[in-house]
Design a protein around this ligand. Structure first.
Ligand SMILES: [Zn+2]
Length: 293
């Protein structure tokens, strides 16, 4: 058992994190992620910051497990993938890191889209909580134990060490929200909200993303939770042309489906958004009754 550098109460593990840099190009919306471990020569060059991570799961979705975390004096959560479609607890460290990276890109790009949207819209009832997530690595010194939350053993880490000195496990850190949230759209369901102001803004925002991305990105699984007086978007999901933005991305089919089912609300018309038009309509679709406008 290696010497512990600090003590934490039962059920909580002291964890050393390093934070990745996530940069969004303000013009193109392109996201660049730089992991500190790719430039550090050794562990001493990493800017480690300690957090207190719970051992027990706080919340669990279909793909991710969420643990409470205190970090930088804030109440936060740390998220990790445990299922990306091949059954529970089958996600290896590299897949987890790749999927978290994709999620961070979605979050950062949604922030970019929303900033562009706000330049056109007056309404401020919905917020992205700008830059409210951190892409992090739990750094585990060679021979030390990973956090219980990571679900890994030091034996499993041996093959994954980045250097002779340490191994690293990826996490996405976010502010802790109320467990209550509102789900506005699904993966393939894109209802329009006429009588609810937040829903109405989000219906219009989704249309804006379709236009602003030149029909290459569709927002899906839109969810908000209340933070103070704002409704904050979280856990974004995209449909993109190449279908590789993350779990649930249906590619061009997901985009075509949105274009087919989106019904403009007044707000879309006020902002002079043209109704989305499918690039290619198959004969079968254009002949069916429900596609008649
Ligand atoms: Zn619309």
């Amino acid at each position: 058992m290696p010497l512990q550098s600090s003590f934490a109460p039962a059920g909580i593990t002291a964890v050393n994190f390093v934070i990745a840099s996530v940069q969004v190009d303000e013009v193109t919306g392109k996201v660049e992620i730089e992991w500190p471990t790719s430039s550090a020569q050794n562990m001493a060059q990493l800017s480690l910051e300690q957090g207190s991570l719970s051992d027990e799961v706080f919340a669990q979705g279909k793909t991710q497990k969420v643990y409470t975390l205190t970090f930088r004096g804030q109440k936060m959560v740390a998220k990790q993938f445990f299922n990306v479609g091949e059954g529970p607890d089958t996600v290896d460290m590299n897949t987890n890191k790749d999927e978290l990276e994709k999620e961070a890109i979605c979050l950062a790009q949604t922030g970019y889209f929303y900033k562009c949207f706000l330049e056109l819209a007056e309404e401020r009832a919905v917020d992205m909580g700008d830059g409210n997530f951190l892409l992090a690595l739990e750094v585990i010194e060679s021979g030390a134990n990973p956090s219980s939350a990571s679900g890994l053993t030091s034996y499993e880490l041996q093959d994954q060490e980045l250097s002779a000195e340490y191994a690293a496990v990826a996490w996405l850190l976010e502010p802790r929200r109320q467990k209550q949230f509102k789900k506005w759209t699904g993966t393939c369901e894109h209802p329009s909200y006429n009588n609810n102001m937040v829903g109405n803004i989000l219906t219009c925002f989704a249309h804006f993303v379709d236009l602003h991305s030149k029909k290459s990105v569709v927002l899906a699984d839109i969810q908000t939770s209340v933070v103070g007086s704002k409704h904050v978007l979280f856990d974004m999901m995209f449909h993109t042309k190449n279908g590789k933005s993350g779990a649930g991305d249906h590619g061009q089919d997901g985009i075509d489906n949105y274009v087919k089912v989106h019904h403009c609300v007044d707000r879309c018309e006020t902002m002079r958004f043209e109704a989305p038009e499918p690039e290619k309509i198959s004969v079968k679709d254009s002949d069916s009754e429900d596609s008649e406008e």
